[in-house]
Design a protein around this ligand. Structure first.
Ligand code: GLC
Length: 615
């Protein structure tokens, strides 16, 4: 009964939003009204079929738990199911491990059925209604989501909606010439059109998949393939595509998925004469997906994976006032790249200026803060197409690439360059957190001082992403300090460089230490209401180019975060601290030490501090 009332209320609230948003995209279609009615019929059917325990979750999150994904007890972990635990049942057995770490959100990579053979690490889906057969069955996945939920861990999977595998039924029918399915993709008969588009497009994988189009012999045409030739971009100009993908999302939401990671979000809409990134209609589509989910499954959260320049990422959270919401969460790839930049240069100037230039997030949205994931560190985030003063030059990026490849004398890193040999150079760097932060090199040299410094770097980076605002994300194996897997081509010579940082979970010599430090950080974070994502993050100038600093402030108090990115001790003076009304006793939360900031502070090499002002 309670649920029924809520659903009726939601319908009143979202019906018009859905209709208006979709009209903006598809309103010109002759049969729009009929199509819209079908969308509503799908949503109504999905609500009818939604299991009672998920309806209850919807109700709880709508009424008294709206901020569940913003709270400081949220900690995300992402893993390849096989490399973490074999299969879905194996993941269930590892729940105690995740709980020890403090994890409350689990992103399972490659959960759905990918094409056989090469599939871009699971990002070429052959069937959205089936799971990866190597991991188990759909029933196993549903069972796993339920056990995770019983353990207060929110399940997340990838929603690969920019493209399907060329082996997907729609693509096969399209290649065979079926009109309806040809319109699901972007087919072009003439090379001239392809070249016209190509002239404005960047390349994501210039070495292993050059160009954005693939010639399909059977269809005697070119098809749009932003990523690998076997990943065919979907044509969202066709309302049938939107409808099919909504159907998929509703189906999976009803299987207990709480967070959808919207893969390659920035590429959805294409427009001739543009770079086909971040286009207004892409945002409209996201608003439509969001409104549909708010109606059909409000317990669900959408997370944007938009690996684009800093000025574009927060747009995936919706407009600043929150009138046209899109995703509740978005990867902060600019922060991620800037952290690595700061670690290499020992200076935080670019990172601070870039972050200061970003608008405040819309209400009830936040970041996924992270250091590494299954993809490369993309240096493009440090550039800016409108010439912002903080933007890195090509020369800066070349230096970063060299640094993380371990090419220069003072480098501690053991990474590799990714997709750099074409004109689209400086693309990125691959490598695990521990290898990029210097632990691999230090351990190989058996140098204790260097080992200590590497462990400090790891700890420093985590102290920033655990306090910055949003959900911190641990990428599988970081908690144990896993090194690069140099043997990644052993079974498959065609694997691209990102497999360097996709090793299977294994025990390591320093793993215990890193794990405990992270678990301790998660415990501290959980209790700290100033780390709730609703509390704004204000970047401040520390007066020292090596020290990154920001304040989290609410009626509950003030938390000052200081992070020394240099290998030398760094002082902060009392004048600066006074300016920010912080010249009073503060407690450093990790060491429980009181600091009288009127005296200034000295930070040890790579030291991070969380200082709480006593009100
Ligand atoms: C996303 C994924 C990446 C994949 C690409 C295409 O960026 O994270 O691994 O290659 O999308 O699906």
């Amino acid at each position: 009964m309670k649920n029924k009332i809520n659903i009726a209320r939601r319908l009143t609230k979202y019906q018009t939003v859905i209709a208006d948003t979709l009209r903006d995209i598809y309103g010109h279609q002759a049969d729009f009204d009929h199509w819209l009615a079908e969308i509503f019929a799908l949503v109504t059917a999905a609500i009818d079929q939604r299991p009672a325990y998920l309806l209850d979750l919807d109700q709880v999150r709508e009424t008294r738990d709206q901020d569940w994904y913003l709270r400081p007890d949220m900690l995300a972990y992402m893993c390849y199911v096989d490399r973490f635990a074999g299969d879905f049942n194996g993941v269930e057995k590892k729940i105690p491990y995740l709980k020890d770490l403090g994890v409350s959100y689990l992103h399972l990579l490659s959960a759905l059925k990918p094409r056989a053979g090469h599939n871009d690490g699971g990002f070429a889906i052959a069937d959205y209604y089936a799971v990866n057969p190597r991991y188990g069955t759909m029933d196993d996945l549903v069972k796993l989501t339920r056990v995770l939920q019983a353990n207060n861990i929110s399940p997340c999977i990838d929603f690969v909606f920019n493209h399907t595998a060329m082996d997907h039924e729609w693509a096969r029918k399209a290649a065979a010439g079926e009109r309806r399915y040809r319109d699901f993709y972007y087919f072009f008969d003439d090379e001239k059109t392809v070249q016209d588009y190509e002239a404005n497009l960047a390349q994501v994988l210039p070495e292993t998949a050059p160009g954005n189009f693939t010639y399909i012999e059977a269809a005697k045409s070119w098809v749009w393939t932003t990523f690998y030739p076997y990943q065919w971009d979907l044509n969202y100009r066709n309302p049938a595509v939107f409808m099919e993908m909504v159907k998929v999302m509703l189906f999976l939401a009803n299987r207990g998925i709480e967070v959808f990671r919207l893969d390659a979000t920035a590429y959805l809409w294409k427009e001739k004469g543009t770079n086909c990134l971040n286009l207004p209609k892409t945002h409209k589509l996201l608003q439509a997906f969001r409104a549909v989910m708010s109606l059909a499954a409000p317990a669900v959260c959408l997370k944007a994976e938009a690996i684009v320049g800093a000025r574009y990422i927060s747009k995936y959270l919706g407009d600043p006032a929150g009138n046209r919401p899109e995703c509740q969460l978005s990867y902060h790839n600019a922060l991620m790249a800037a952290l690595w930049d700061s670690l290499a240069t020992g200076q935080v100037t670019r990172m601070s200026a870039m972050l200061k230039s970003l608008p405040r997030n819309p209400p009830a949205t936040s970041w996924i803060t992270y250091l590494r994931c299954h993809d490369e560190v993309g240096w493009g985030a440090l550039t800016d197409d409108q010439g912002a003063p903080w933007a890195a030059s090509n020369d800066d990026l070349q230096k970063l690439n060299d640094f993380y490849e371990g090419k220069c004398d003072h480098s501690f890193a053991r990474g590799q360059s990714f997709q750099v040999s074409s004109t689209h150079s400086f693309h990125g760097t691959t490598g695990t957190l521990a290898s990029l932060a210097g632990l691999e090199a230090a351990m190989a040299a058996g140098n204790n001082r260097d080992i200590t410094m590497a462990l400090r770097r790891i700890n420093l980076l985590y102290k920033v992403i655990f306090s910055f605002g949003g959900i911190p994300l641990i990428y599988m194996g970081e908690e144990l300090g896993l090194f690069n897997d140099y043997d990644y081509n052993r079974d498959d010579p065609e694997r691209d460089g990102r497999w360097l940082h996709r090793p299977a979970l294994a025990t390591t010599v320093r793993g215990g230490e890193i794990f405990s430090a992270l678990a301790e950080m998660a415990r501290l974070r959980k209790r700290q209401q100033l780390l709730h994502a609703n509390v704004p993050t204000v970047i401040i100038d520390s007066g020292n180019i090596h020290v990154f600093s920001f304040i989290r402030k609410s009626e509950a108090g003030t938390l000052l975060v200081l992070a020394n990115f240099s290998p030398e001790p760094q002082p902060l003076n009392s004048v600066w601290l006074g300016k920010h009304d912080l010249a009073r006793p503060l407690i450093e939360l990790f060491t429980d030490t009181a600091y009288d900031l009127a005296q200034g502070v000295m930070l040890a090499p790579y030291q991070g501090m969380w200082l709480q002002a006593q009100e």
